[in-house]
Design a protein around this ligand. Structure first.
Ligand SMILES: [Zn+2]
Length: 155
């Protein structure tokens, strides 16, 4: 057996039981090879010193700053939760009032078998436009907030 094979066997002996033949190979080889004898003793010493040393502790400031970063990230997520600002509710209320005021007189004149008057057409366009705007407002608000925080929800 070559020295490389013996080194491999020495390393393997730390995590598995070698058979009698393999143990004999190591014994016979190390008796006549000073290099492998040195390797065996150094490897043994290295393993012992690793076993005796406790696991390295994380530096305190690194530990603290990591906890802080995690906490900030969690707070950022909480703040990003969608809430509708009061301004939007106010605008929504005004739009509903305007729509009702405009639509009630037109609604009285609506007949299924008659063509729409230009006033009815205008009111319907106004209502559809507002509905579409209200539908997209939460998406616009969320996107705007994400941009302010340096995040992009579309990425
Ligand atoms: Zn050797």
């Amino acid at each position: 057996m070559r020295c490389k094979d013996i080194e491999r066997l020495i390393i393997d002996s730390t995590w598995k039981d070698l058979n009698r033949e393999e143990l004999l190979f190591i014994k016979e080889h190390t008796q006549q090879c000073p290099q492998c004898t040195l390797f065996q003793s150094e490897y043994k010493n290295l393993r012992l010193s690793l076993k005796n040393n406790p696991a390295p502790a994380l530096p305190e400031d690194l530990d603290r700053s990591t906890c802080e970063m995690c906490r900030k990230a969690l707070n950022l997520q909480k703040k990003a939760a969608p809430t509708i600002p009061l301004v939007i509710w106010g605008v929504l209320a005004i739009l509903i009032v305007i729509s009702v005021i405009m639509f009630v007189p037109v609604f009285k004149d609506l007949r299924l078998n008659e063509p729409l008057s230009s006033q009815a057409l205008f009111v319907l366009t106004f209502l559809i436009q507002n509905t579409v705007m209200l539908f997209f407002t939460p998406i616009l608000i969320k996107n705007c907030r994400a941009k302010k925080q340096g995040l992009n929800i579309f990425s």
